[in-house]
Design a protein around this ligand. Sequence first.
Ligand SMILES: Cc1cc2nc3c(=O)[nH]c(=O)nc-3n(C[C@H](O)[C@H](O)[C@H](O)COP(=O)(O)O)c2cc1C
Length: 219
Amino acid sequence: MGEIGLYEAMSTTRAVRRLRPDPIPDEVLRRVLEAATWAPSGGNRQAWRVVVVRDADTKARLGAWYREGWSAYRGHQEKGLESLPAEQAERARRTFDAGSHLAEHFAETPAVLVFCFDPSGLAVTDAALDRVSVVGGGSIYPAVQNTLLACRAEGLGCTLTTLLCTREPEVKALLGIPEGWGTAAFVPIGYPVGRGHGPLRRRGVEDVAFADRWGQGLD
Ligand SMILES: Cc1cc2nc3c(=O)[nH]c(=O)nc-3n(C[C@H](O)[C@H](O)[C@H](O)COP(=O)(O)O)c2cc1C
């Protein structure tokens, strides 16, 4: 069982895209999945399920679709790199390289966790607003985040990915996901090739938190 402190885990859980093919022991996988079950959801409906994909042929199909999605995404995103300052462009390039590594080796990841959801079981309180609805995701992604943190505790690398959501009809047919259900996240997990998780680059509290009114700094 991972002994890492919660704050240390939260402050070092990042996208780890270079994974070894070594299998994950069943008891480790079980603890990771149990952590997912502890997540909150609207009305405690828990309208999510996870398909643990370990079958080689199934992963190969997912990997082929992921590669297609990734190369289109990378091609599109790379166009914007020239306009970035050198250091930022270099960092973005390193992330793209890691992303390409994941895309090339997706099928060799020991397990891909496919998070599915039942839209009829979500409490979507922002559905009627004239903007993209996000509240429904709040009943699914906490389970995904718990999974990432549990992976961190277990020394497993992982990345929350969503590119395969664009291939939902094919993925549903491949995995036998029932009619009416959707896909929310695909998390390849495995032991890291390098040092894995580590320091994060994130906005500071001053940038994201306000006191009483939008824009008003906290002391
Ligand atoms: C909703 C969401 C979707 C994401 N989709 C992908 C994806 O399809 N492929 C991928 O390589 N990373 C994906 N990521 C990972 C992000 O790129 C990553 O968390 C972010 O760049 C921060 O990097 P870091 O965690 O390594 O600091 C996704 C993250 C989130 C939260």
